[in-house]
Design a protein around this ligand. Structure first.
Ligand SMILES: Nc1nc2c(c(=O)[nH]1)N[C@H]1C(S)=C(S)[C@@H](COP(=O)(O)O)O[C@H]1N2
Ligand SMILES: [Mo]
Length: 205
């Protein structure tokens, strides 16, 4: 069922939960699948995760190596620009901070990041939005390997921004000095995408 208004009572749907719903969103227990194009299926043997700064590779991990990195559990609400919000989604993966430190890097807060995916999808973010525990490369959802439909084997998870920033089938984070709109950002979606400021489309405040 879908909770849209008339929040009352205790627990889910109470006043505290209402504060968790950004403007214009409704709460759903479902987890819709939204993909522009076909679902990608990448075998773990072929999978790797790369960090790049402009042209140069800063770090690259095979699946086996990635599994050895420090894993982080996180429970968080997620918000899709198509107006659904889902409470308390539970993920496990490697924070972007951890990846940077495994690559031997200090944070680079003035840079931007372009996330690149199998299938060609891209999205762009200020690097600072991926640091300080705000984002991870998620490989597990609700204790199970992330299904391909939701971006498995690994997706970017940036839950404080609209979910199109959480790139499924992510393979590379490219740190760049100059911002560049990704797939949806170049098709009229907001460059930053903060659900609390309702930054859905280009020109929203
Ligand atoms: N690679 C890739 N990642 C993607 C997309 C996509 O089409 N391709 N769609 C984005 C959009 S618009 C949304 S709302 C979320 C949906 O994630 P879900 O299918 O797990 O709900 O994935 C985002 N990540
Ligand atoms: Mo979306």
């Amino acid at each position: 069922m879908i909770v849209t208004r008339g929040f009352s009572g205790r627990g889910r749907g109470g006043a505290a939960d209402r504060d968790r719903v950004p403007p214009g969103q409704f709460v759903t227990p479902d987890f819709p699948v939204l993909t522009a194009g076909p679902t990608q299926h990448t075998s773990l043997d072929d999978w790797s995760m790369s960090l790049e700064h402009d042209g140069g590779t800063l770090g690259r991990w095979t699946w086996r190596e990635f599994e050895q990195l420090r894993q982080t559990d996180r429970t968080t609400d997620i918000h899709c620009v198509t107006k659904w919000t889902k409470f308390d989604t539970r993920w496990r993966g490697v924070t972007v901070d951890e990846l940077l430190s495994a690559a031997g890097l200090a944070a680079a807060p003035d840079l931007f990041v372009i996330a690149h995916c199998d299938g060609g999808y891209t999205t762009n973010l200020p690097a600072a939005e991926l640091l300080g525990g705000k984002a991870m490369i998620a490989t597990h959802y609700e204790d199970l390997p992330l299904p391909a439909s939701h971006g498995g084997p690994a997706r970017l998870l940036v839950p404080h921004l609209y979910l199109w920033k959480s790139a499924k089938w992510v393979r590379k984070l490219q740190f760049v000095a100059r911002d560049k709109p990704g797939f949806w950002e170049s098709l009229g979606y907001h460059n930053f995408g903060d659900p609390w400021r309702e930054q859905r489309y280009t020109g929203d405040p």
